[in-house]
Design a protein around this ligand. Structure first.
Ligand SMILES: [Zn+2]
Length: 362
C-alpha cells in the first residue's frame, strides 16, 4: 500500500499501547477510548464488566445493529503475595510466556492509583539449577524497591494489584515496522477509533457499535456481556494474532507485511462463509493485500457468533511477532490494509447483505 501513517495515528498508537490494563482492570484504557470516541458518535455505553462502545445511530427506520469489537485488556501479572523482604510474588493473568519475563521492566498500580516502577529480578543464573531457571515465576520476583513487607503495604500495595509489562512505543525502520507492548489488542482499539473518524460524515443503514470488550485474555468474558447489551445482528472482530514467520513465512501461519488475515478456522469459530467470500471479493476489488490464516487460538468471535440465535461474524485481524510478550512488532502496511478493509466492509453492509449472510448455511 505504501501509505504513510500520520502523526495523529502514531500519537493514538503511542497513547493506547503504552496504557496499562490487565483483565478486570482496563479503566486506564477505556478512559482513553472514551475521550477519543466523544465527538465521533452519538453516545458512549458500557456493560457492567466495563466493556465500552461508541454508538453511531442510523436515521433509517428500524435499523439493524452492527457490532465492531476489539478487546482492551492485555496479558499481565497480579500481586499474589508480598515477601518479608519487600519483593512481590506475581501470578500471570492471561497467557503470559514465563521465560520472557526474566529481567522485564514492570509497573505496579495500586487500587488507589499509586504507581511504582520496577523489574523482574532473580538470583544470578550461576546460583540456579537449570530447572529453576526455566520456572521463572517461582524463582523470580517483582522488585519495586521496597525493603520490607510493611514498606510495601504502607505504599498501598495489596494482593490483586495490577502489574504490567513495559515497552516504549517505537517507530522502527522509518515507520515500516512498529514496536510496542499490547498490540494484542490495542491494534483493534486504535482501528475502531480511526474507523469512527473515517465514517464521521457517513450515513449508514444500521446502528453501529464500535468498541472494546474487557477480559478477553482470560477466556473471552467481556464479549458475552457486551453482546448481551448490544444484541448485534452482525459483528466484526478486530484482533491481533500471532505471526509465525521468524524463520520464514509459509501460508497460512501468519507473516508480517503479508496483509490482513482472512481466517478460515480457529479453535472457537468457523466463519460465515458467504460473508467471508463477499469480504474477499471486496479486498480484491480494492487491491487490499491479504493472507489466508488458520489461527491456533480464538478471539471474541467465538463468543459473539454464538450469542442470540447466532450472529454472522467476520474476524479482521493482523499479526504481530511476540504476541503475549512485552515486545510486539507489527507491520504498518498491514495496519493500513486493515483500516481500508474495515471501512470498506462497513460501508458495503445493508439489510440485503445481512439476509444473504443469515442464509449462508440454510
Ligand atoms: Zn487478542
Amino acid at each position: 500500500m505504501g501509505v504513510e501513517l500520520t502523526q495523529e495515528t502514531l500519537d493514538l498508537m503511542r497513547e493506547l499501547t503504552e496504557a496499562n490494563g490487565i483483565p478486570g482492570q482496563e479503566k486506564n484504557v477505556t478512559r482513553i477510548l472514551k475521550r477519543n470516541y466523544q465527538g465521533l458518535c452519538d453516545s458512549v455505553i458500557y456493560d457492567n464488566l466495563g466493556s465500552i462502545y461508541a454508538v453511531k445511530r442510523s436515521k433509517a427506520d428500524d435499523p439493524f445493529r452492527v457490532m465492531v469489537a476489539a478487546h482492551c485488556d492485555e496479558v499481565g501479572l497480579m500481586v499474589r503475595a508480598i515477601r518479608p523482604n519487600g519483593l512481590i510474588q506475581a501470578i500471570p493473568v492471561g497467557g503470559v510466556w514465563e521465560l520472557q519475563l526474566l529481567s522485564q521492566r514492570v509497573r505496579l498500580e495500586t487500587s488507589d492509583g499509586r504507581v511504582y516502577m520496577g523489574a523482574v529480578v532473580s538470583n544470578s543464573s550461576k546460583l540456579m539449577s537449570q530447572l529453576q531457571q526455566e520456572s521463572v515465576l517461582q524463582n523470580s520476583f517483582c522488585d519495586f524497591g521496597f525493603t520490607s513487607e510493611q514498606e510495601a503495604r504502607d505504599a498501598g500495595v495489596m494482593e490483586g494489584d495490577m502489574i504490567s509489562m513495559q515497552c516504549q512505543f517505537t517507530v522502527m525502520n522509518g515507520g515500516k515496522r512498529l514496536l510496542a507492548k499490547a498490540w494484542d489488542d490495542r491494534y483493534g482499539c486504535i482501528l475502531g477509533v480511526e474507523a469512527l473518524r473515517e465514517l464521521r460524515d457517513c450515513e449508514l443503514p444500521f446502528d453501529l457499535y464500535i468498541g472494546a470488550d474487557v477480559q478477553e485474555e482470560v477466556g473471552l468474558r467481556g464479549s458475552n456481556t457486551a453482546a448481551a447489551m448490544i444484541e448485534p445482528d452482525l459483528a466484526i472482530v478486530l484482533d491481533c494474532t500471532a505471526a509465525n514467520d521468524v524463520s520464514g513465512y509459509v501460508s497460512p501461519t501468519g507473516g508480517l507485511g503479508e496483509g490482513v488475515m482472512v481466517r478460515f478456522m480457529d479453535k472457537t469459530y468457523v466463519p460465515n462463509r458467504t460473508m467471508q467470500l463477499d469480504y474477499l471479493k471486496l479486498l480484491r476489488k480494492n487491491g487490499i493485500k491479504y493472507q489466508w490464516h488458520q489461527a491456533l487460538g480464538g478471539t471474541d468471535a467465538g463468543v459473539i457468533n454464538l450469542s442470540r440465535s447466532g450472529v454472522p461474524v467476520l474476524t479482521l485481524c493482523i499479526c504481530a511477532r511476540g504476541v503475549h510478550s512485552s515486545s510486539l512488532v507489527i507491520d504498518s502496511d498491514d495496519y493500513m490494509c486493515a483500516r481500508s478493509a474495515l471501512v470498506a466492509f462497513i460501508k458495503s453492509l445493508d439489510r440485503d447483505k445481512l439476509e444473504l449472510y443469515r442464509n449462508n448455511n440454510r
